[in-house]
Each structure stands twice: as C-alpha cells, then as structure tokens.
Design a protein around this ligand. Structure first.
Ligand code: NAD
Length: 471
C-alpha cells in the first residue's frame, strides 16, 4: 500500500492549486496557509479502577485574521498534530466561504471514547478544558470549541461548566463553546445543523437542470439514490432530511459494517433498529455488507462520506460509481483521488462548503449567547398580530372567512428554529452560487473545491491587507 500524503499537506496542495488563480504575493499566501499556533498537551486522568493514564490532546488555531477562532473537538484514536492542523485549516477556509467571521481552529483528544465510562470522559473533558484555559486557548473572544467526531452536547456542557467555574466573573461565559444543550444556552437547530446544511447544499446543487444534465441526472433531489458512510450526528441528519426531501437512501455504513437496499432504507427505522440492537446490521429487508468501505462503491447517484478523512483514495476511486460526491465529512477525498475523479467527470461538492452548516449555526448560537436572548423572543407575537390583522382585512375585502387552522398557519410568527433554518438555508444558497460563479469566471476549467478555495483565499487576503500586519 502506497503511503498516504499527510492530511495537512493535502489541504495545502488544494490551497496551492487554487492560489495560482489569485494575484496575491507569495508572502501573504504563505501567511494564510500556515497554522499560527498549536498546543500539544499531556495530562493524567484517574480511571474508575484507580489506575492513572496519560492522555495526549491538541488544540490548533490556524488563523487569527478573525477572532475568535472556531472549530470542533474530536475524540478519536486517530487524532494527532497533523490532523488537528489540517482540520483547523479547513475551518479557516470554511468560515470564509460561508461568511462567518471566525478564524479556524480544531481540537482533538487521542482516545477511543468507547473505552471510557461517562465519569472518565467527564474527567478527561474537564481536564482538557482546564488546560485550554491555562494557556488562553478558549474564551468567547479567543477560541470557541464545538462538537466534532466522538463528541456532542454532553461534552460541550462539561466544557461550559468548567469554564464558568474557572472564570465566574465573566458575563459572556456561555459563548465560550457552542453545540451546547438547549437548557445550557444552546440554540435550537444546532444539533442537526451540519446534516441540515448538507441537505440545503445538495438541494441547491441539484436545482440546476443544466448542471444535472451534464452529470446524466434529473434535476431536484426527489428520486436520487444516495449512499451514506457514517451514521453519527452528520450522517444520520443528512440522510433523514434527504429522505424527507424525496431521495432514496440505498446504503448506510457505520464503523462496524454497512447495510444496503436498492429499494431504499427507512432512515428513522434504521435509527430505531440501532437503538434496540446496538447496531445497524441485520436491519430487516437489507443486505448486510461486512466491510463498511463497500458502501462507497455502491451503485448510486450521490455518495455522502460522513465519517472521517482519507476514505476515497487512489485505491478505490476507480470503483466509485456515484456521479456526485457530497463531502459531509472533513477531508474524505484525498488529493490524488480528487484529481482522478474530477477528470472522470464526477462532481465533488467540497467539505469546506458542504459541511459548513455546523459552524454557521454555531455562529448563530454564539450571537445568541452574546445577546443573552433567544432569537425571535421579541418579535414573534408582534409579527403574529401584524399577520392576523392583515388576514382579517383580506377576509373583510373578499368576504371569505379562513378556518382557525388556516389563520394559525398563515399568521404564525417565527420560532427560534425557523429563524436558524432560514439563516442556514440562505447561507448555503449564497455560498454555493458564489463558488459556482467563480467556476464560471474560470471558464468551467476548475473544480468546485478549487473555486471554493479561491473564494476563501481572496476573502482572507483582503482581511489581512485591510488590517495590515501588526506591529
Ligand atoms: P459522530 O461521532 O457523531 O459519528 C461518526 C460516525 O462515523 C459514526 O456513525 C461511526 O460509526 C462512523 N464511522 C467511523 N469510522 C467509520 C468507518 N471506517 N466506516 C464507516 N463509518 C465509520 O461524528 P460526526 O459529528 O457525525 O462527524 C462526522 C464527520 O463530519 C467528521 O469528519 C467531522 O469532522 C465532520 N463534521 C462534523 C460536524 C458536526 O457538527 N458534528 C461539523 C462539520 C463537519
């Protein structure tokens, strides 16, 4: 097996490929590309049986051109310095692409979370947060973590509580981390945001009849067959929203195996089956694939890698049958595989755009935390009364009366989740059209990833040039 190019180097290869299409100086490009700060920490934790274990963990802040920096925290045995730097860099470009005013960061703890009890995981999370506080690597205006592979709301609540305990005088503590439970100042819609963003992004991509025709596909999501690798936060929500949008989910993979049904899998039923049996395997009516990687090679229109990086490589790229690869995970396609698939005419919707729903709604959560008020709290009832009055005038003019149910549906003021989803949908539509526009300006000779990188580089370069270099 050929050795894999390190992940951060792969991100930089994509950067260099796009940088050729910009006019910035080498010095500026180098500053944008480099990872500004990396903190590698080791700390002991006491296990439930009284033994002591040394934990390795990192936080990388890739770019400080905007503050705070922002990025998830990953719990995985594969975490290392190269990985967090690569993921932090992707965060920088992602934030620029979807117009979220943050620099990129990423954290990682090198553990297999399944090997630890909840109380051990709590001790690890709290100690990790303590280390970040000690070195000034966390804070509402400094660096704001979020969930990623292997972490979720529970870990974010522990981070908040630790930060709050250590900095009791601060008013804006809740904004030190996003992806929190609703009761701990989280925002409605954050948990499903990345999957929801994948849905909005794919909907926008598939809207163009012309683009779909050149791939040999029908426009729209309805009827598209989709295989999903990873059934965690991102994979599950993406599959759920896509199925609700009319797509056919023909394959789902987890770490332990994959299931396949060309006639379609009911996503909610697969979810319940996993809750009941502990695994997606042996789902009634589905064929079980023992090797989870086989899901990548299924006959389908759209393939959604939603697990980890380096899944689509030069080794399996030729066997991929999908016409669209929708990168819900970070870095799932290697640089080499991207080149060969693009040459073959496969459309790759890049991670830097497609999975940006998470950071977009994290931005909304951060804003909510700084303003100390739920979105829609002030305006909802006012909007409802304006709509009701308007409908009453229409009733009077037309002489027709609406039912109470119709009145309620039409007059309804927005809840927080409606506003969050509206902001997310707009973000995904605007960003995709900006990327597509850059592709058109370059006579369709570049792929979507390169176009997205060009947009990111130009935005970050402008920021550096306007701010100047300190001191
Ligand atoms: P998660 O921990 O909730 O779920 C990960 C899933 O991947 C699990 O179902 C696991 O079984 C599966 N998996 C792991 N290894 C696999 C393998 N070899 N084959 C098949 N399945 C495998 O993680 P998540 O939050 O859903 O993150 C998934 C990806 O999405 C990561 O690349 C992450 O960086 C990216 N991402 C996550 C968010 C977020 O908000 N959580 C935001 C942007 C990007």
């Amino acid at each position: 097996m050929a050795t894999m190019i390190p992940f951060f180097e792969q991100v930089n290869l994509n950067f260099d490929k796009a940088a050729q299409f910009t006019k910035h100086s080498d010095g500026l490009l180098q500053q944008i590309k480099i990872c500004n700060s990396v903190y590698h920490m080791t700390f002991p934790i006491k296990k439930d049986d009284g033994t002591i274990e040394t934990i390795h963990a990192w936080r990388a802040e890739h770019s400080h051109h905007k503050l705070p920096t922002k990025g998830g925290i990953r719990y995985s045995t594969l975490v290392n310095e190269d990985e967090v730097m690569a993921l932090a860099a992707l965060m920088t470009y992602k934030c620029a692409i979807v117009d979220v005013p943050f620099g990129g960061a990423k954290g990682g703890v090198q553990i297999d979370r399944k090997q630890y009890s909840p109380s051990e995981l709590e001790r690890i999370t709290r100690r990790y947060t303590y280390e970040l506080i000690q070195k000034n690597f966390i804070g509402p205006g400094i660096d704001v973590p979020a969930p990623d592979f292997g972490t979720g709301e529970r870990e974010m609540a522990w981070i908040l509580d630790t930060y709050k305990t250590m900095t009791p005088e601060k008013l804006d503590v809740a904004a030190c981390v996003t992806g929190k439970p609703i009761a701990e100042e989280g925002v409605h819609g954050r948990q499903e945001a990345t999957g929801q963003g994948v849905y909005f992004g794919l909907q926008e991509v598939c809207r163009s009849a012309e683009d779909m025709k050149s791939l040999g596909l029908q426009p729209g999501l309805a009827g598209q067959s989709i295989a999903v690798q990873g059934f965690g936060n991102v994979g599950y929500h993406a599959a759920k929203f896509l199925q609700e949008g009319g797509a056919l989910i023909v394959g789902i993979a987890e770490q332990t195996g994959a299931i396949h049904n060309p006639k379609g899998l009911d996503v909610e039923k697969v979810f319940s089956h996993r809750n009941e049996t502990g695994s997606i395997l042996n789902f009634p009516g589905a064929i079980t694939l023992q090797n989870p990687a086989d899901v990548l090679e299924l006959e389908c229109d759209i393939l959604i890698p939603a697990a980890l990086e380096n899944q689509i490589t030069h080794e399996n790229a030729d066997r991929i049958k999908a016409k669209i690869i929708a990168e819900a995970a970070n870095g799932p396609t290697t640089f080499e595989a991207n080149e060969s698939l693009s040459k073959r005419g496969v459309m790759i919707i890049p991670d830097t755009y497609l999975n940006a729903g998470g950071v977009t709604v994290s931005y909304f959560e951060w804003l909510r935390n700084l303003s100390h008020v739920r979105f829609g709290r002030l305006g909802k009832r006012f909007e409802e009364s304006v709509h009701t009055n308007m409908l009453k005038v229409i009733e009077k003019i037309t002489g027709k009366e609406l039912t109470q149910a119709e009145m309620q549906q039409l007059a309804h003021g927005p809840d927080e989740v409606d506003l969050v989803n509206s902001g997310l949908e707009d973000t995904m539509i605007v960003a995709y059209n900006q990327i597509r526009e850059t592709q058109k300006q370059n006579r369709e000779e570049i792929d979507l990833r390169t176009a997205a990188f060009i947009n990111a580089i130009n935005i970050i370069a402008t920021s550096y040039m306007e701010l100047g270099i300190f001191p």
